[in-house]
Design a protein around this ligand. Structure first.
Ligand code: ZN
Length: 78
C-alpha cells in the first residue's frame, strides 16, 4: 500500500513530522481560507498549499478532513 494515495500529494517532513502537501493552483483556489501560520486570509484565486499530517492519530481519512490551507510563502518558512 502506497501512502501517496491522496491525489498527487507529496510527502514533506517538518520539525520531525511527516506531512502530505499538495499545491493548489490559482484556478483551483475557489474559496477563502484562513492560513494557520500567519492568521491572514488566503483569498480565492491565489495559488497556495494544502497540508495535512501523515501521522494523524485517527488515520489518513481524519487527517484529510483536518487539512489546512497555507500561503505558499508561509508553508515554505514554517
Ligand atoms: Zn499565511
Amino acid at each position: 500500500m502506497t501512502r501517496l494515495a491522496h491525489g498527487g500529494a507529496r510527502l514533506e517532513t517538518r520539525r520531525g513530522v511527516e506531512w502530505f502537501v499538495r499545491e493548489i493552483p490559482a484556478h483551483r483556489a475557489e474559496k477563502a481560507y484562513r492560513c494557520p501560520a500567519c492568521g491572514q486570509e488566503v483569498p480565492p484565486g491565489q495559488a497556495h498549499v494544502v497540508a495535512w499530517s501523515a501521522e494523524h492519530l485517527f488515520g489518513d481519512d481524519a487527517a484529510v478532513r483536518d487539512r489546512r490551507h497555507y500561503h505558499a510563502h508561509c508553508w515554505r518558512i514554517a
